[in-house]
Structure formats: C-alpha cells, structure tokens
Design a protein around this ligand. Structure first.
Ligand SMILES: [Zn+2]
Length: 476
C-alpha cells in the first residue's frame, strides 16, 4: 500500500484538516505499507494538516507509539502512567499538566481534553479493547472496583514529583462487548486490509457514561471463570449494599454443601453474613458440638459472620442443642413456631440466647396470636416473616398477613418465593409477594436481615438468586 492510498482511506473515513485524532492502531493490519510506520504517521499528519493534531497513547511500547514519541516534533504528556504523545497544533495544550490530574484518564487529562476539543478516536485495525478513553468513563463514574496506583517519582517541568492516580482500572475488561452501543455514532471503512473506525470522543464518552450509570458492571465480562471480573463485580455489590439499611444474608444450604464452597460463593456474591441451616446435607441440629464449632470457626475465618443457626424442626433434645449453640458462639437461633414455643423460650432464657420464630404451616392469625401470647407471658422472641410459607398456607403474605399482623415482632424476612400449590419458584415468580415486602421494608428503613432462603435452591445457585434479588431492588 502506498501512503497516498492510506491518506485517501482516512479522508474517506471522514478525517479533515484541523481535526484532532487519538489513534489506536496496528501497523501490520494494513498489510504492507510502503515506508512503514513513518509513512503511517506522515499520512495522518498530511490529512490533519498543520492545524490538526495526532495523538497516540505512549505508555506502552509499540511501533506506532514509539515512532510518534521519538519524533522531534512530538510533545509527550508527563504522568506516572497513561502518557500520550502528540504532534500538531493542540499537542501542547492536550499534553499539559497530565501529572497534576487526580486520575490517569478522566478530568483534565489528555483523553478528556481531546474529547472537549471535539477530537476523534480512530481505531485502525484494532478493537475497542485498545480504546483507552473507555477507562476515562470508568474513572468519571468513580466505579467502586477502581483502585489507586502506587506512588511514583517522576520528572516534571516543575521538578521531581512523587504522585499517584486514583480510580485506576484493574486487570480485565470486556470493551469489545460495548461496540454495539456506538453503532449509530461510529463510522467504519476498510483501508487496505484494515478495518478503520472513527467516532467523536465526546459521543463515545457520553454514550458510555449513560450506559455505566445504568449498569456499573457494563465493562466487566460475564465469564464465571474470570477471577478479575468476578472480584470486580463483588466490589460493585459491596458498594451497593452499603447504600442499604438491611443486612443481606445467605442461607448456608443455598451458598453450598461444604464450608469452603459457601465461603467462595458468598465472596463472589458480596455476601458477608450466613445463616447456618445445613452443612454437608445435614441439618445443624444433628451436628456434634465439635463439628458445629469447627464449621462456625471456618466460616468466620473465611470472612463470613454466622448470624444464626436455623433448624427445620424443633430439635428433639432442646437443652442439648442450646448448649451446643452456646458453645459455638452463635447468639441467635431461628426455629419454627410450634406449640413448644414456651418451653423453648424458657430454656433459651436460661442460656442467654436470642430466639426468632418463623411461620411454618400456620396462618397469619395463628402466628400472630401465638407471638402475642408469648409476649404477654413475658418472653421476648422475634419473628422471621416467611412469606413463601404464608403463600403455602393459602394467604396473601403482603396484602393480607403482613399489613395487619406480625409486623411488630419482625426481625428478619425470608427472601424466597413459592406457589399456592407449595412449589418453590424464583424470586417474584410466585405468590409470596416478595417484591412488595422488600419494597415496603426498604421504605420503612428496615434494619434487620433479609435472608436469601433455602427455597431459592429450586431455581438456581446463590449467584442466580443474588442477581435476581438486586434486579428487583434496583427496579423498585
Ligand atoms: Zn473478565
């Protein structure tokens, strides 16, 4: 390919005299360009003219970045990383004071100065994964998974300065998946063997910022085997959870069969609290004191706080179970509400344990009568509102039961769903009115636990349940 052909191609792409272009390129993609990299740079400078400016990222080595950086006409931005090299009328202005910016890519950096000046981004034979300006978008949004670079001493026009950048991107990204967002604003032509694309930087930034506001995980990949993105997604969730008053808890059996599995799955779902109901397929009340203590210790060591032990039935030997609970250092028990409630409360009081009862096979009226009578007898028990069980009892958990009864005792909501015919179903796909319940609890600043319950196993993993839960919450 001759330089003139490349110039014609670039004009066909829409570039004109006076334009400013941030170029990401792969020289080899053009095929055999006569004059090599020198020709490529001259072609751009000829098309842009004296009034125009060519900018390339120069923080990593490469044939094109090195050629521009080492050109005697070039200005290079001074920064600990993310530097650019520029040739042309606006080169000085674009490169000035990069090291003084708070971030590598956002406000005041060459990338956004170029956007504000009406500049373009040109991808020549490379994909969006090379598009550094997408990091500007992550930094503009101050996404919670970004981190600060380690301080570095650099030579600046004002002397030696030790500095770092905040909101710097981490390892993996899926920028390629964003391409469809820009389809209306991007122009594509083929030059030689290379696909060349051109978009106004301001358009790209505006479109991506809007997408990132809607979905902060917009540049992360979906590959469950990508440790980077799994971790970065969890950081987004942790930040999101901090905005809420409630505590999000996973039931152990939903998180996994074995403790290490529970720890790993909770970590990926950004859940730091667990309610221990089953371990290795065994209900907690059947574990020995030693086994129970060991599991609790392992969970704690893995960063999970055990909020309570939960049983599927009232243990046959209640005093022995209470002693085991006490020995493992968990202060709260979650039990089904049955005719044995008074006896349970008596021994719990002696052991200084907190008891929460959940409804199982009882109507709302029977449940609230029972809670009231316990209260009148001087027992301070709390209540877990098990919406799916109320649905199984043929009730309207929110419209009927919640509004009129039980609410004053409520410490916890079991987040799971079921149909009137007793089948477990995914969240907000059954008769448990779970969306209404979560919504009203948020509106009244409920500071108790929302427990992703065992019933959610029927429709997938903890990951699925967590995603569905946040979908519901974010669309309330
Ligand atoms: Zn990834």
């Amino acid at each position: 390919m001759k330089r003139e052909e490349l110039e014609t191609g670039l004009r066909g792409l829409g570039l004109e005299k006076g334009d400013i272009v941030l170029l990401h390129s792969a020289l080899s993609s053009l095929g055999n360009l006569e004059g090599g990299v020198g020709s490529l740079v001259e072609a751009f400078l000829n098309v842009l003219g004296k009034e125009g400016t060519l900018v390339v990222p120069s923080f990593t080595a490469g044939i094109v970045p090195d050629a521009v950086k080492n050109d005697p006409r070039a200005v290079v931005s001074v920064a600990p990383t993310a530097q650019v090299a520029a040739i042309g009328a606006k080169a000085k202005e674009i490169c000035a004071d990069h090291w003084k910016c708070e971030t590598a890519h956002a406000e005041g950096t060459p990338y956004l100065k170029l956007a504000d000046l009406g500049g373009y981004i040109c991808l020549l034979g490379v994909d969006q994964d090379r598009n550094t300006t997408l990091h500007s978008v992550e930094a503009l949004l101050r996404l919670p998974y970004l981190s600060e670079t380690s301080p570095k001493e650099i030579d600046t026009p004002e002397g030696k300065v030790t500095t770092s950048f905040k909101y710097f991107p981490g390892p993996h990204r899926d920028f390629i998946g964003l391409d469809k967002l820009f389809s209306e604003k991007i122009k594509t032509v083929v030059i030689g063997n290379a696909v060349a694309r051109l978009i106004k930087s301001k358009d790209l930034v505006d479109i991506s910022v809007a997408a990132g506001k809607k979905n902060p995980a917009f540049v992360l990949c979906d590959n469950p085997a990508c440790d980077d993105c799994v971790r970065q997604r969890a950081q987004l969730r942790v930040a999101r959870l901090k905005e809420e008053k409630f505590t999000l808890v996973s039931s152990a059996v939903l998180a996994g069969r074995y403790v290490p599995e529970m720890i790993e799955n909770c970590k990926a779902a950004a859940i730091e609290h667990i309610e221990l109901d089953y371990v290795q397929g065994k209900p907690v009340q059947f574990l020995s004191a030693e086994a129970l203590q060991k599991q609790v210790e392992e969970l704690n060591a893995g960063g999970l706080k055990v909020t309570a032990l939960k049983t599927c039935a009232v243990p046959a030997d209640m005093p022995a179970f209470l002693a085991k609970t006490k020995a493992c250092g968990v202060a709260r028990l979650v039990l089904p509400l049955t005719f044995e409630a008074e006896a349970v409360m008596k021994s719990a009081k002696e052991n200084n344990l907190e008891i929460l009862f959940y409804n199982l096979g009882l109507s709302g009226k029977a449940t609230s009568d029972k809670l009231l009578s316990l209260n009148e007898a001087g027992f301070e028990c709390g209540f877990v509102f098990h919406a799916a069980n109320f649905a199984r009892a043929g009730e309207h958990p929110f419209l009927g039961t919640f509004k009129t009864r039980c609410r004053r005792f409520m410490k916890q909501l079991e987040v799971a769903d079921a149909l009137y015919d007793c089948r477990d179903v995914g969240l907000a796909r059954g008769n448990a009115e779970i969306k209404e319940l979560v919504s009203i609890l948020r509106c009244s600043s409920f500071a108790g636990n929302l427990v992703l319950g065992e019933g959610l196993r029927a429709t997938g993993s903890l990951k699925d349940a967590t995603e569905r839960f946040w979908d519901l919450v974010d669309n309330m």
